[in-house]
Ligand binder design. Structure first.
Ligand code: SF4
Length: 243
């Protein structure tokens, strides 16, 4: 079994607790308007590594002294496009004593994807919008599978960190943020934190390189004051850390 790995970050500090060995897997079925990694979309595009789960785990073990209090994370793209690979990688990582985190959009809900949870300690789940009507326009896909993941994680009592990109003119207004807080209420037993990520345009050059029109041409970076206000609002509505 071979995994197609776009790139690796040996000392990641933002994708789960502690210092982490992060593998970004190639391929994503979504087309988020605010994606800053369009180079990860095409599952067949050239990648840095084509490795077996054993080879990737061996690489992670090289950093074991540094990530002892952190662990390993798979991100993307959408890692669940390569669910069998991720499952076996996480199984080996558990054998090696690592904490495992799955960073996913929740777009794929298949038996293979769900089976990755058997060896997953923490899920970092992106919620792009809680508005069913807007979700297809913002991401290219319906919200159904994301919602299924939330229910499954609750059923399995699996810890989750919610991630939400705050985009001016899309998801930054108060009504949208209140709707997110309302949606999360039934899931609070498993939600450990909410991370609000400010929209930025740093990935715009990648669209140019790939010859893809940039979907949010007229939307500026989210102002620092706006992300501060968004965090304050959600903090007032949810009893969990909002970062
Ligand atoms: S799910 Fe992530 S990688 Fe895929 S299009 Fe959306 S932001 Fe980009």
């Amino acid at each position: 079994m071979i995994g197609r790995i776009h790139s690796i970050e040996s000392f990641g500090a933002v994708d789960g607790p502690g210092i982490r060995f992060v593998a970004f897997l190639q391929g994503c079925p979504m087309r988020c308007q605010f994606c800053h990694n369009p180079d990860t979309w095409n599952p067949l595009a050239p990648v840095q590594f084509e490795w077996t789960p054993e080879e990737l785990c061996r690489e992670a073990i090289r950093y074991k002294n540094f990530i002892r209090k952190g662990g390993v994370t798979v991100s993307g793209g959408e890692p669940l496009l390569q669910a069998s690979f991720v499952r076996e990688y996480f199984r080996l990582c558990h054998e090696a004593g690592f904490h495992t985190a799955l960073d996913t959009s929740g777009a794929i809900f298949t038996p293979q994807a769900v089976s990755v949870l058997d060896y997953t300690d923490l899920v970092l789940l992106d919620i792009k919008t809680t508005d069913d009507a807007l979700h297809p326009a913002y991401t290219g896909l319906p919200r159904t599978n994301n919602h299924r993941w939330m229910n499954l994680l609750l059923e399995r009592q699996k810890p989750v960190w919610i991630r939400h990109v705050v985009v001016p003119g899309r998801t930054a207004d108060e009504a949208h943020l209140r709707a997110l807080a309302d949606y999360l209420q039934p899931y609070l037993p498993i939600v450990e934190r909410v991370e609000l990520l400010p929209y930025h345009t740093l990935g715009r050059y990648k669209y140019k390189e790939l010859g893809i029109p940039y979907p949010l041409e007229d939307i500026p970076d989210l102002e620092p004051e706006k992300i501060k206000q968004a965090r304050e609002l959600l903090s007032s509505l949810l009893p969990v850390p909002v970062l």
